[in-house]
Ligand binder design. Structure first.
Ligand SMILES: N[C@@H](CCC(=O)N[C@@H](CS)C(=O)NCC(=O)O)C(=O)O
Length: 113
């Protein structure tokens, strides 16, 4: 898969609004969401990569929000996290599990794989 993604510029780090919030949804740009929970070790590894590569990814805590947990189970048949949900602008949705695969995917998207 090959596409560009929204990443945070240096001006949008910290408490500032993200590029996506400022500019809205860009055509051709996939929307990325990470299903996770805070104490999950493998989720922590993925979140570190997200921070390092400055990806603008919505974090969906499955312990905090029941709807995220239910959505994850409906899509994957189990609640194992981390899982990256990738929604392309044409409406296709892919679900990617395994922290190693997610990290590798993000590195490729960032051009560092
Ligand atoms: N090999 C997986 C392991 C993921 C994993 O074990 N996740 C734990 C949390 S750290 C989990 O979701 N366990 C609950 C379950 O599988 O139902 C990965 O690297 O992503």
């Amino acid at each position: 898969m090959s596409f560009s993604v929204v990443r945070k510029s240096s001006e949008t780090l910290g408490d500032s609004p993200s590029l996506r919030e400022e500019e809205g949804y860009d055509a051709g740009v996939p929307k990325l969401s990470l299903y996770y929970y805070p104490s999950c070790y493998y989720c922590g590894m993925v979140r570190r990569t997200i921070d390092q590569l400055r990806f603008d990814i919505e974090l969906r805590d499955i312990h905090q929000e029941r709807k995220w947990r239910d959505e994850l189970i409906a899509a994957r048949g189990r609640r194992t996290v981390p899982v990256l949900r990738i929604e392309t602008d044409d409406g296709r949705v892919e679900w990617m599990g395994e922290s190693r695969d997610i990290i590798h995917h993000l590195e490729l998207l960032a051009g560092q794989g």
